[in-house]
Design a binder for this molecule. Structure first.
Ligand code: AHR
Length: 310
């Protein structure tokens, strides 16, 4: 496929199918599964041949997948990077092979931003800030929070913490009393929440749980119920993603707010890539998706709207 390109930004022969290799993290959350499903649908819509490699949460598998895509000579590589660091050498290999790289849903830390063409992500610091501001307002600024962090070293875990911490820093009555990673999974979210409840007087010292994604929040809701408390009332629940299960929980009064992250990261990435292949026009370095807050008032309708799309 590389032979079809005239230079890095060259024109793609009109009748040739674009071949894109996508190194996906795995399937740790409902959101992740929806992103994969959407990527397949968006590729099909555009007649793109999408090759997905599942890294099972391991960066080493992602690096192997990228190398294999380079060896196959794909037209572009999409990566959802499990952690933020450690990408430079493999991205250099892709650059030397003149294969453009697009980051999906997570950012990387690199001294050379020229190693990738663009990143399609939300502002993950903003997501943490939006969740924190909602909670500060809801509680009048007095709240002992337990925090379920995402995967250690991943950009959303780092940034969602940062954004929320900014609100805590300017709200004297708001405190994070416990914080730990639940690795973005439902099972880990439940397990860590159980330990928080035990450590905080059976949950009585906890005003709210802030989870870096909805799946961990759903796990936490289960733990709160098993401890004999009412999620959404005794302990407020705020999280990020906007998957159907959290809207169901909100409609049932067991969760209080979520910040939506669209699972359609691939659509804008394909559009940017097609334009680049057509006329060599490089997209902006960051294609930002929206971060809107949802609360129980619209939860039932949102659940109905999303339940089959995920
Ligand atoms: O990078 C996006 C995050 O990764 C989502 O919020 C989470 O559900 C997923 O695992």
């Amino acid at each position: 496929a590389a032979a079809l390109l005239i230079g890095l930004g060259g024109a793609q022969a009109a009748d040739k199918k674009l071949v894109v290799g996508f190194s996906q993290i795995g399937s740790e959350s409902g959101w992740r599964a929806a992103e994969t499903k959407t990527a397949k649908a968006e590729a099909e819509k555009r007649g793109i041949d999408l090759k997905i490699s599942d890294a099972q949460q391991k960066q080493e598998n992602q690096i192997k997948a990228v190398r294999s895509f380079v060896a196959q000579g794909v037209d572009a590589i999409f990566i959802a990077p499990v952690v933020a660091t450690g990408w430079d050498s493999v991205l250099k290999e892709a650059k030397e092979a003149k294969i453009p790289v697009v980051l999906l849903d997570r950012q990387i830390e690199t001294r050379d931003p020229g190693l990738y063409m663009t990143a399609v992500t939300s502002d993950t610091v903003l997501e943490g800030r939006v969740a924190g501001e909602w909670l500060a307002k809801q509680t009048g600024g007095t709240c002992n929070v337990v925090e379920l962090q995402g995967t250690v070293g991943s950009s959303p875990a780092i940034n969602r913490k940062k954004g929320f911490d900014e609100v805590v820093a300017k709200t004297p009555g708001m405190k994070i009393v416990r914080t730990q990673s639940g690795d973005f999974t439902r099972a880990k979210g439940k397990e860590v929440m159980e330990s928080f409840i035990k450590a905080e007087n059976g949950g009585k010292g906890i005003c709210a749980v802030y989870a870096h994604n909805d799946d961990m929040a759903v796990g936490a809701i289960q733990a709160i119920k098993e401890a004999g408390l009412k999620p959404g009332k005794d302990i407020l629940v705020v999280s990020i993603d906007g998957v159907p299960d959290i809207f169901k929980a909100m409609a049932e009064g067991e969760a209080n707010a979520t910040v939506e992250l669209t699972p359609n990261m691939a659509g804008p990435a394909f559009d940017a890539l097609v334009a680049f292949k057509k006329d060599g026009k490089a997209p902006p370095k960051w294609i930002q998706t929206e971060s809107a807050l949802f609360t129980p008032d619209t939860a039932k309708a949102e659940y109905e709207r999303r339940k089959d799309a995920y």
